[in-house]
Design a protein around this ligand. Sequence first.
Ligand SMILES: Nc1ncnc2c1ncn2[C@@H]1O[C@H](COP(=O)(O)OP(=O)(O)OP(=O)(O)O)[C@@H](O)[C@H]1O
Length: 296
Amino acid sequence: MLDLFEIVRRAARSEAAVLIRGESGTGKEHIAKALHELSPRSNKGFNAINCATLTPELLASELFGHVKGAFTGAIRDRKGLFQTAHQGTIFLDEVAEIPLDIQARLLRVIQEQTFIPLGGTDPVSVDVRIISATHQSLREAVQQRRFRNDLMYRIRVVPIFIPRLAEREGDVEALTWYFIDEFNRQGHRQIEGIRRDAMELLLEHEWPGNVRELRNVIEYAFAIGEGPILEIGCMTPELRGEAPTPTQPFGQNHAERDQILDALARSNGRKSEAADLLGMSRSTLWRKMREHHLIT
Ligand SMILES: Nc1ncnc2c1ncn2[C@@H]1O[C@H](COP(=O)(O)OP(=O)(O)OP(=O)(O)O)[C@@H](O)[C@H]1O
């Protein structure tokens, strides 16, 4: 079976509509951008829209644009994403959430490569490649009559499934190094290695938030740790199996450690800011960090 990278590389060369399916944080938008960047359309626009977060009227207006006076508040003509992505790519995130009447318009754009902006009369021609994503089964949405069968076939010419991070052999380690490299390039700290027990913790974790959660964990470790090696002590409380307990009074030891870690994360590792957040002096924060083995 072709691996994900090879499917993406091959699909990118074509004009075929791609439907990416995967849980939240698995990297659907990341793959969509890669498909665009590796395609002959890479020098044109990549317009992304989350179809689950807008009212139907706003979604239609974002996609197809409107003319002045099309609805209350439409004070001037506005081009939609299809028009501004001409010769480029449009990424429809959470495509299963598109209301049925907008699905009908979308189908027409795909079939005829033209559309009429809201309130307008003149058709606009566009040449746009469509990449869509969903965290749910589109087939089920079709069975539940929430999604048009004909549209499903139009947008899933190449279906790509991204498994959960925990099921992707080798990816936790590879992505850990990828993010270490990314944060090293930001320059405030240089990580050269990761302790074996810390890597084991990463490998054992279930990653319900998938790649997004892993990136956050590495960013957290960069923010609160010190020195060139990532250690268990700078992993998030959740990862270490110590759920934060914000209701406990500050005096209790593990709550104190979590609050320090939280303040350091919120202040991006800046200790004077973290000390302010905690209402203590900078020297007290240093002492407490030493007591909790957060620095050596
Ligand atoms: N293969 C990868 N390499 C590097 N970074 C990645 C990869 N996959 C995902 N990421 C990063 O993980 C984060 C989440 O990815 P992305 O937004 O693409 O997920 P998603 O599946 O679209 O999430 P959602 O469904 O919640 O919108 C982003 O910061 C993204 O850059």
